[in-house]
Design a protein around this ligand. Structure first.
Ligand code: SAH
Length: 353
């Protein structure tokens, strides 16, 4: 039976479900979820990501992490963690770029958090030499200094959506119209987690709230503040969420999020303010456009150095990849970087306090 039929039966029996519940099932249902059943990345998949576009992305992220590790006195051992590592490309590029930083590789214990068995297997192949460990969630990471990266991870976490109604909120839910899944609104009620949004919203405005994102960042922030370390969180989104940002992608094209759940990627824009708030007592950097972050880390010099060994089609696609990562009309400003670091340390290179 399809996941759509499963969910329809559940809703018919027990009533509408929250959008977060719907997203959680569509993405991670153990046998019918989107991530559970496939490798979605690349030209043949549904979307592509910065590390899959060019090795330069992971190399520069790696150098920022390694310099931050040196700036904090090169503690050994430390955990080098990644959330949602996809095919393992980003971590492989980080490890290659940092191989010549004295002591870094020897001190790093690579730990990955990944929900998809399909992608876990790919990470195992790609990162075989680094002997990574997998844990199920951030609280299971080893105690101690933590350098962490998450690219396009937070956008995949289930969000709830609320529409302002007077001094309260109605939750956007997934219900049934006949046999079809459809969006509806719950009765109005208070939402204490959204109290601060009563100041900047009006009747009818929609805001998104991602409880798992705040829980995860709170745990990361506590560890970094206690033991040292840094986190680079890279994703699309903005400082404060406003409006419906749910999107479904199949075969690199937008599709209806309620059609055939489990067959399309579902994401929302990341509310970076919520992450920064949850990360206290760790300090956070300014939210920085990806293009600016990569420029500060020297992507243009790196692109030139790589280009000097290339010609023909390879050179053409290398130039296109550089532009795709940095140009304002491509990923350069839509994608943002937020750094977390101990209040007494300097921020990871490429970012400002
Ligand atoms: N970071 C990679 C992949 C991004 S796709 C890249 O940039 O190419 C999102 C990744 O997060 C996938 O690896 C997916 O399986 C994983 N993921 C999604 N939700 C997750 C969850 N709740 N827990 C752990 N991993 C999750």
């Amino acid at each position: 039976m399809s996941l759509a039929r499963d969910l329809a039966a559940r809703i018919a029996a027990a009533g509408p479900i929250t959008l977060a519940d719907y997203m959680g099932q569509a993405l991670l249902h153990p046998t019918k979820g989107y991530y559970s059943t496939r490798d979605p990345l690349g030209a043949a998949g549904d979307f592509t990501t910065a590390p899959e576009i060019s090795q330069m992305f992971g190399e520069l992220v790696g150098l920022s992490l390694a310099q931050s590790w040196l700036d904090q006195g090169a503690p050994a051992p430390f955990t080098l963690a990644e959330l949602g590592p996809g095919r393992g490309t980003l971590m492989a590029d980080i490890l290659r770029a940092t191989a010549r930083v004295p002591g870094f590789a020897a001190a790093a214990q690579v730990v990955l958090i990944e929900a998809s068995p399909v992608l876990k297997a790919r990470q195992g192949e790609m990162l075989h030499d680094a002997e990574p460990a997998w844990v199920n969630s951030v609280p299971d990471l080893p105690e101690g200094p933590l350098w962490l990266v998450a690219n396009e991870f937070f956008d995949a976490l289930p969000v709830r959506q609320f529409q302002r109604d007077g001094a309260g909120w109605r939750e956007r839910c997934v219900g049934l119209q006949g046999e079809e899944l459809t969006f509806g609104l719950s009765p109005v009620g208070p939402q204490p987690a959204l109290d601060h949004r009563l100041e900047d919203t009006r009747d009818g405005d929609l805001v998104e709230w991602c409880a798992p994102a705040s829980a995860i960042t709170s745990e990361i922030g506590a560890r970094i503040a206690t033991h040292g370390g840094a986190a680079l969180i890279i994703d699309y989104g903005d400082w404060r969420s406003l409006g419906d940002t749910l999107q479904a992608l199949r075969g690199h094209a937008a599709t209806d999020p309620l059609t055939d759940p489990g067959s399309a990627d579902l994401t929302t824009h990341v509310d970076f303010e919520a992450l920064a708030r949850a990360a206290a007592p760790a300090a956070h950097t300014r939210l920085t456009p990806q293009g600016l972050f990569l420029e500060r880390l020297g992507i243009t010099e790196r692109a030139r150095a790589l280009a000097s060994h290339m010609e023909g089609d390879r050179l053409t696609s290398h130039i296109a990849a550089h532009e795709r990562l940095t140009h304002p009309d491509e990923m350069g400003t839509l994608f943002k970087v937020l750094g977390l670091y101990p209040a007494q340390a300097s921020p990871p290179p490429g970012l400002e306090p």
